[in-house]
Design a protein around this ligand. Sequence first.
Ligand code: COD
Length: 302
Amino acid sequence: MLKSFEEVIEKAIHFGPKRISVAIAQAEDVMKAIEEARKIGLIKGILVGNKEETIQVCQKLNIDPRDYEFIDEQDKNEAARIAVKLVRDKKAELLMKGMIGTDRILRAVLDKEIGLRTKRLLSHAYVLKLKNYDKLLTVTDGAMNIAPSLEQKVQIVQNIINFCHCLEIEKPKIAILAAVEVVNPDMPACIDAACLSKMADRGQIEGGIVDGPLAFDNAISKEAALHKGIDSPVSGEVDAVVVPEIESGNIFAKGLVYLAEAEPAGVLLGTTAPVILVSRSDCPISKVRSIALGILMSTYWK
Ligand code: COD
C-alpha cells in the first residue's frame, strides 16, 4: 500500500516519462508544476494555449521552452478541446487541467466526438495526506457529479475502489458518509449509504469493503465508533470516503486543506486516460502529486 505522496511519486517515476497535454499552461503555478514533474522524469509536456504568454511565463521562471512542445490556441474552449483530442489520438498519455475552469475542461472531456468517455460514469478523486492520519485519505466526489443518484453512486464507489487498487491497496476500506450512522428514512444520504453497503455485501460492488451510513467521526475513528456501539469493518482505517453530493465533498476536502494543512491531489476516474484535475488555487506540488497519481493510473487502472 502506498501511504504517502512521496511513495506515490517514487513509484510513478519508474513508469515515466509520460507525454502529458496541458490545457492552458500560461500560468506560473502550472508551469512550475510541469517543470518540476519534467525534471524528476515524470512527464514530457505538450503545452496548449497562448504560446507567447506561456513562453513569457517560462522565461520568468527560468524554464527552457525548448524542453516543451507548444500548440498555439488563444481560445480557452478550443484549447481545452485540442488538449483532450491529443490524448484521444494517443499523441499524449495524460491530460492536465491548467488555468481553465473545471466545467470547461469537463465538457471537453465529455464530448462525444473528441472526448475521453468510456461506458463508465466519470467521477473525481480528491486525495489528501493529513498530518494525523497515517495513510492517504481520498474524498469522492467533490468535483464532478453534482447530485448523484443511487445508481451513479454505485459507479462512484466502484471507481474509487479501482482507484485505491492503483495505490496498491488490496481490499480498500470505503466509508459512505452521512450525518448519522443509523438509517434515518428522512435522510436520503442514509438510505443510499445503506443500499451501497448492502450492494457491496452482495457482490454488486466489488473489490473493497464498503460500510455506511457512517458519520465522519465514526468513519475516521475506531474509538468514536466503539463509543457509540458501532462495530464497523472500516472504522478508523478508511482509505476513501464517499460523500452525498458535490457541495459536501468540495467543502470537506477544501476545509481540510485550508484549516488542517492537508496536502491535496486530484484526478478524474473512469476516463480512457488519466485526467489531472486540481483546483486552480492548489499549489504546484499538489499538481506534481496529481500527475504521479495519473501515471500510476495509466499503469494499473482496470
Ligand atoms: N460521467 C459520464 N458521462 C457524463 C457525466 C459523468 N459524470 N456527466 C455528464 N455526462 C454525460 C451525459 O450523460 C451527457 O451525455 C453529456 O455528458 C452531457 O451531460 P450534461 O448535460 O449533464 O452535462 P453538462 O455539460 O451540463 O454538465 C457536465 C458537467 C461535468 C460540466 C457538470 O456536471 C458540472 O458542471 N459539474 C461540476 C463541475 C464543477 O464545477 N466542479 C467544481 C469543483 S472544483
